[in-house]
Design a protein around this ligand. Structure first.
Ligand SMILES: Nc1ncnc2c1ncn2[C@@H]1O[C@H](COP(=O)(O)OP(=O)(O)OP(=O)(O)O)[C@@H](O)[C@H]1O
Ligand SMILES: Cc1ncc(C[n+]2csc(CCO)c2C)c(N)n1
Length: 267
């Protein structure tokens, strides 16, 4: 069997000062671009930073209320009206049963695209947002795109599971679910994975979870409790409460795995 291609992962988008710009043309071509999706949950403290770094900002239905109310709360030293004008979503997408009418009117009058998909009651608002983003990309492919989903964890459990299911439904798109406490993404079995650990903002707690299907063989390096062709399944072993030891963690598996790492509170 030929070796699996390597996929690299980094949370450098959470660093207070962004990483250095790409050094040459090849790097520039490979540079990651970010889209932000805001869900209907308390905004994480780093929401203004990620919003500013993103090329595209989409609110999932009631997520627009969170931007309207929450951005001025996170930036109390500034005039709330100026903050609202500056943090204007490109689109509000969903079934529109949670966004307040005055919030919808406010952003609509500023030019935000409002997409009412209320006819579809079989997919979540987050699912609708990811479809919208992948269909409206300026470039020909989405290999350099990373979608950051704010407020995806730590709320209603059915919503959390729906949000994780989106990682599996769009397994060819890089999507990172974020809350104040954790970051989660999918490691497709088609690749071996190199995860760069940004120690100033994340860790040490981490986990590898075979959410979609059991794994017969997973192997890691860089963790305190590494797996060595180890099997994992619900009811058997699962790598929760692990600790990152090295700057880079590597993972290969015969099954798609969910990677999760804690975010530091005072980064
Ligand atoms: N408590 C929560 N925990 C995690 N994610 C959430 C939570 N609430 C909302 N979300 C996310 O935000 C998106 C938009 O939320 P919103 O409340 O507008 O959805 P909704 O379709 O009205 O949900 P429902 O009708 O099930 O309450 C959801 O699709 C979900 O991804
Ligand atoms: C089997 C099944 N279970 C639940 C729903 C309900 N549902 C799932 S996503 C969604 C939209 C939420 O904005 C709704 C209402 C369904 N359609 N089918």
């Amino acid at each position: 069997m030929p070796p699996l291609p390597t996929m690299t992962h980094s949370s450098s988008f959470l660093l207070p000062s962004p990483p250095h710009p790409p050094a040459d043309a090849t790097d520039a071509e490979n540079a990651v671009s970010y889209a932000v999706v805001v869900l209907n949950q308390r905004l994480p403290r780093f929401a203004p930073l990620l919003w500013t770094r993103a090329q595209l900002r989409v609110c999932a239905d009631g997520g627009a209320n969170r931007v309207f109310d929450g951005m001025p709360e996170l930036l109390p030293a500034e005039d709330p009206d100026e903050v609202r004008l500056r943090y204007k979503p490109d689109a509000i997408e969903g079934d529109m049963d949670s966004v307040r009418p005055e919030v919808k009117e406010y952003y609509s009058s500023l030019g935000t695209q409002i997409i009412d998909d209320s006819h579809d009651q079989d997919t979540t608002d987050l699912n609708k947002c990811i479809s919208f983003i992948t269909k409206n990309l300026p470039g020909p492919d989405n290999s350099n795109l990373c979608i950051l989903v704010l407020g995806a964890l730590g709320g209603r459990f059915d919503h959390e599971m729906g949000n994780i299911n989106v990682l599996y439904r769009f397994s060819n798109t890089r999507i990172i679910l974020l809350s104040d406490d954790s970051s989660i993404f999918l490691l497709p079995r088609t690749h071996s994975h190199e995860i760069r650990i940004e120690r100033s903002i994340e860790g040490p707690h981490c986990g590898l979870i075979p959410m979609g299907a059991p794994s017969n063989s997973s192997t890691t390096t860089g963790l305190r409790w590494n797996l060595d062709s180890t099997s994992m399944k619900y009811g058997g072993l699962m790598s929760t409460s692990n600790i990152v030891e090295d700057e880079i963690a590597t993972v290969t598996s015969d099954s798609d795995l969910i990677w999760t790492i804690s975010l530091r509170k005072h980064a």
